[in-house]
Design a protein around this ligand. Structure first.
Ligand code: SF4
Length: 72
């Protein structure tokens, strides 16, 4: 299955609002990345690539996070 990690677009963020488990802070965070295949979307934390403290796939919903940065 082909998967692609990318920065979240505004449309992606709208789709996230419809997930069964809301992503919480990640939905509006600058560091949000998505791993998307044809049938599924996974919330990934972009900080995980450079800081092992952050889980690659944060348990959702994220209600508090020291890395949170509001998207510009
Ligand atoms: S820094 Fe925190 S809030 Fe932002 S994407 Fe990563 S886990 Fe989510």
């Amino acid at each position: 299955m082909e998967e692609e990690e990318r920065k979240a677009t505004a449309e992606d963020r709208r789709l996230l609002e419809k997930l069964a488990v809301p992503p919480g802070l990640c939905a509006t965070c600058e560091h949000l990345r998505l791993l998307a295949s044809r049938r599924s979307v996974f919330v990934r934390c972009g900080l995980a690539a450079t800081d092992p403290w952050f889980p690659r796939y944060p348990p959702l919903p994220v209600v508090a996070c020291p890395g949170y940065r509001a998207q510009r």
